[in-house]
Ligand binder design. Structure first.
Ligand SMILES: [Zn+2]
Length: 397
């Protein structure tokens, strides 16, 4: 007959195992609240949680909500959940993403939450579809065969091509001129970046040989622009890809156990960018997001100071100053922020690019509203154009 101590230990271990397994499956959140009535179970669950923190990859974004900062305990509780992703933390609240069941979990825990779905289809209307975007890209690049080349670097979950446009004098020749890149719309519901890229491509091509800044850029650098890394998400107006994977939590991260620079187990969109980047030597890049207005510098995953922090801050400051609405931010000092100081991101593209590919990258959040009325796009382009050109120039020694 085992003594009481042994019984308790066995019970705790068993419960830990159950809690851990449920937690890994992403359903723990609901069940735990239903079943964890006694303290032993709660302790066991906490232990299970500790074990699982380093192994659960928080990149499933099947459900999304906005939480208002009415009670600081909400943030603490949600931050402790390894399967959840917190994003765009601001004074009034934050976004929360997670697997199916997140909404029920929030309800069970009495956390007030608001849907982030685009309120009406009329907001979506007016924007080109991914197919229309690709057609337009093709007709524009076809007009300038010596300056523009359109290449598919892979396919999305739903089989859509992932288009990249190279812009440069003698575009078909790959030479020693520095390589630069912009990537936008990796979060499908953050659409402004894609539209900025489409306008930028057209501007660069139409004004080569006319505008000295643009001519110099295309003469002296090899510019690559990927308007949409997540066309499936753009089509469905979702953050994740067609399998609800958050592409900006899907890259290798040296600070976690998912640190191998291999594409196995990653979304096809992530794998495409990783493979593409192998064949290039990008010296500078930026990736465009929405939901805030700020230029974000590394690191995102760790508090450690970036080795070249003065320089990267200067680049962000320059961007924010030249994009006046970002520089005038009331939420961020001068419209810039360190990534980690804002909120921690694991598996992000920015840190991966720098750490694994020596490609200096910043993250630019271009609009507080992720999917604004289409008529606002020209305003955003006018506000960002100079900043985007100047940032590209920084790739030229
Ligand atoms: Zn984003």
């Amino acid at each position: 007959m085992p003594d009481l101590f042994t019984v308790v230990i066995i019970k705790i271990l068993t419960n830990t195992f159950i809690a851990f397994t449920l937690n890994r499956l992403g359903v723990g959140s609901i069940l735990i609240n239903l079943f964890l009535k006694d303290e032993n179970m709660k302790i066991a669950f906490m232990i299970g949680l500790l074990f699982s923190i380093s192994t659960v990859k928080a990149n499933i974004v099947a459900e999304s909500f906005y939480i208002k900062n009415t009670d600081p305990s909400y943030f603490r509780l949600l931050k402790s959940r390894p399967e959840l992703t917190i994003d765009h933390v601001e004074k009034n609240g934050f976004e929360i993403y997670g697997p199916k069941g997140l909404g029920k979990f929030l309800t069970t825990n009495n956390i007030p939450h608001f849907s982030m779905k685009i309120a009406s289809l009329s907001a979506v209307r007016g924007y080109p579809s991914p197919e229309e975007t690709a057609t337009e890209l093709k007709s524009v690049t076809d007009m300038y065969p010596d300056l523009a080349q359109m290449v598919s670097i892979g396919k999305s979950v739903k089989g859509r091509d992932l288009w990249v446009v190279k812009l440069s004098k003698n575009v078909k020749v790959n030479d020693d001129r520095p390589e630069f890149k912009y990537i936008a719309n990796m979060h499908g519901d953050e659409i402004v970046g894609r539209e900025l890229m489409m306008r930028l491509i057209k501007d660069l091509l139409a004004n080569y040989g006319k505008d000295p800044v643009i001519t110099n850029l295309l003469d002296r650098a090899q510019i690559y622009i990927m308007p949409s890394m997540n066309p499936d998400g753009a089509a469905a107006v979702t953050r994740g890809n067609a399998k609800n994977v958050d592409l900006n939590r899907d890259f290798p991260d040296y600070t976690t156990s998912d640190n191998k620079d291999v594409t196995t187990g990653r979304a096809p969109e992530t794998a495409a960018v990783m493979n593409w980047q192998k064949g290039h030597n990008f010296v500078l890049s930026a990736n465009f997001h929405g939901g805030a207005e700020v230029a974000n510098y590394p690191w995102d995953a760790i508090a450690e100071k970036f080795p070249n922090e003065d320089y990267i801050k200067e680049l962000c400051l320059e961007y924010a100053t030249l994009a006046p609405y970002i520089g005038a931010s009331t939420a961020f000092d001068n419209g810039i922020t360190n990534g980690f100081a804002w909120y921690k991101v694991n598996g992000g593209m920015q840190d991966w690019s720098i750490r694994y590919r020596k490609d200096l990258q910043i993250t630019i959040e271009v609009s507080n509203t992720k999917w604004p009325d289409y008529s606002k796009i020209d305003y955003y382009y006018a506000q960002n154009k100079l900043a985007m050109l100047k940032f590209m120039e920084r790739a030229i020694p």
